[in-house]
Design a protein around this ligand. Structure first.
Ligand SMILES: Cc1cc2nc3c(=O)[nH]c(=O)nc-3n(C[C@H](O)[C@H](O)[C@H](O)COP(=O)(O)OP(=O)(O)OC[C@H]3O[C@@H](n4cnc5c(N)ncnc54)[C@H](O)[C@@H]3O)c2cc1C
Length: 434
């Protein structure tokens, strides 16, 4: 079994969170130990579930328990693409793969809209940006074919895509490493640690947030007793929003694998250095190949994200060396600085791209496994999960319930062997895309 504690305490701080002013975590145990609902996990999913439950049941109290400090969990460690691309559209009894994709995009767009609204309503200062270039790129002939297919699909699903010609691609990205690139709308980029801090700081008054509190065990069939490193709490309803670590609590043990990925930020760069990173002042790029490198040019720094490991964090020295190598492959002229921050974070993946959503057991609701796209998807799934639990109905919820869930995965050691072999194979196949 994986060690949950290990995956909630990382080797290094999130670079995004380190850029923000110090913040005092809310880690004092509340006097009250009885709540209507308890949410386990305060990432995008958990905070959205808590906020929406508190809105719908304004006379009842909600407790959120989070192992890490806000900003230091994966929700503050990601690359900040508030992406609404559908993951693995699948034909099922409700329609074709395109129908599924369109439903998924509609759900994610509602998530993006809700985030936009919350940011505005609560003045969350998180560099939310829907204007800067949001590029998809490929570096090999096979990648170019995949990019062409992806572009056609995105257009069918209602996205507005613009192909960059050779000159523009090299000028905007500041590198000739890539052979194909296109820009997509709608899009949004964000400073993820600032966003999650802002969401945590603007919860309704009937939500209590308790950070640095690891849930170790859940007992009972309702009311539920939740044991944690800060004592025990009781609630009639539980929300499981601790992503891949849900299975360490015995919930959904056979649906997800935990994959870590890694990011790095340069120090503040001067204008000359920034100019070498492309003409556009700010841009974000995700690779067509899932093993490729995500990159963001920020107003004064550069971010890269790449590498994967199964269930265990790779040591920071190895990560730094590998990310530096991949960065310099793309930008040979950027050799005057080391990365200032290097970090990793955990994500939950399923075998078939499905994302668990629903009532796992009577009274226990879960939204788990939103892969590498949890900024928006975690947010909207947390919101819809609260609506499901509170008995609200909507077209979006109906759409969500029409998605195929994650398939069964074999137990360890087969699960780990399968995941590690797949990572090694995909990396080998990626070639220059990696
Ligand atoms: C380097 C990196 C780059 C990424 N880039 C992007 C991106 O650009 N766009 C995007 O949309 N997504 C990206 N992701 C994925 C994204 O971060 C996740 O999908 C998202 O954080 C999932 O949100 P969540 O709320 O479901 O879970 P999490 O953010 O993982 O939150 C779960 C919380 O539960 C807590 N927890 C775990 N176990 C327990 C327990 N037993 N008791 C109490 N608390 C517990 C954890 O401390 C954590 O705070 C990236 C991830 C990484 C690591």
């Amino acid at each position: 079994m994986l060690n949950t504690k290990h995956l909630t305490q990382y080797h290094t701080r999130s670079g995004w969170n380190a850029l923000l002013p110090p913040r005092a975590p809310r880690d004092q145990k509340p006097a009250n130990t009885r709540f209507a609902s308890i949410v386990i996990g305060a990432g995008y999913t958990g905070l959205a579930a808590a906020r929406r439950t508190a809105e719908l049941e304004s006379a009842k109290e909600v407790l959120v328990l989070n192992a890490s400090e806000i900003g230091e969990g994966p929700s503050g460690r990601n690359s900040g693409f508030a992406s609404i691309f559908p993951s693995k559209p699948t034909a099922n009894e409700y329609g074709s793969a395109d129908d599924d994709a369109i439903r998924k995009v509609r759900i994610s767009m509602a998530g993006q809209e809700w985030l936009r609204l919350l940011i505005r309503e609560h003045n969350i200062d998180c560099d939310w940006d829907e204007e800067s270039l949001r590029i998809n790129a490929a570096a090999t002939p096979e990648g170019a074919v995949a990019a062409g297919d992806w572009l056609q699909s995105l257009r069918r699903w209602g996205f507005n895509c613009r192909v960059l010609n050779d000159e523009e691609r090299v000028a905007q990205l500041g590198t000739d490493y890539y052979s194909t690139a296109f820009d997509v709308r709608p899009r949004a980029l964000v400073q993820p640690a600032a966003l999650i801090r802002g969401l945590a700081g603007s919860l309704p008054a009937n939500v209590t947030l308790l950070e640095r509190t690891l849930v170790t065990r859940v007992e009972g069939n309702g009311p539920f007793k939740v044991h944690s490193t800060k004592g025990s709490f009781t609630a009639d309803r539980l929300f499981i929003a601790n992503n891949g670590q849900a299975r360490d609590l015995g919930i959904l043990p056979d649906r997800t694998v935990t994959i870590l990925t890694y990011a790095a930020l340069t120090p503040r760069l001067d204008v000359d250095e920034l100019t070498k990173l492309g003409a556009a002042p700010i841009w974000g790029m995700t690779p067509i190949n899932s093993m490729g490198m995500t990159m963001r040019k920020l107003k004064d720094r550069f971010l890269v994200r790449s590498m994967s490991s199964y269930g265990r964090e790779t040591d920071p020295k190895t990560v730094r060396e590998e990310l530096t190598r991949l960065y310099r492959n793309r930008y040979p002229r950027m050799s005057s600085h080391e990365f200032e921050y290097v970090w990793g974070g955990a994500m939950a993946f399923s075998g078939n791209g499905g994302f668990y959503f629903g009532e796992a057991r009577p009274g226990i609701f879960g939204a788990v496994g939103c892969n590498a796209t949890g900024v928006v998807k975690g947010t909207i799934h947390g919101k819809l999960l609260a609506e499901l639990a509170c008995g609200s109905q909507s077209e979006l919820l109906t759409d969500r319930l029409r998605q195929t869930g994650p398939n069964w995965l074999p137990p360890e050691p087969f699960r780990g062997i399968g995941a590690m072999s797949r990572i090694a194979w995909l990396r080998h196949k990626a070639g220059r895309e990696y």
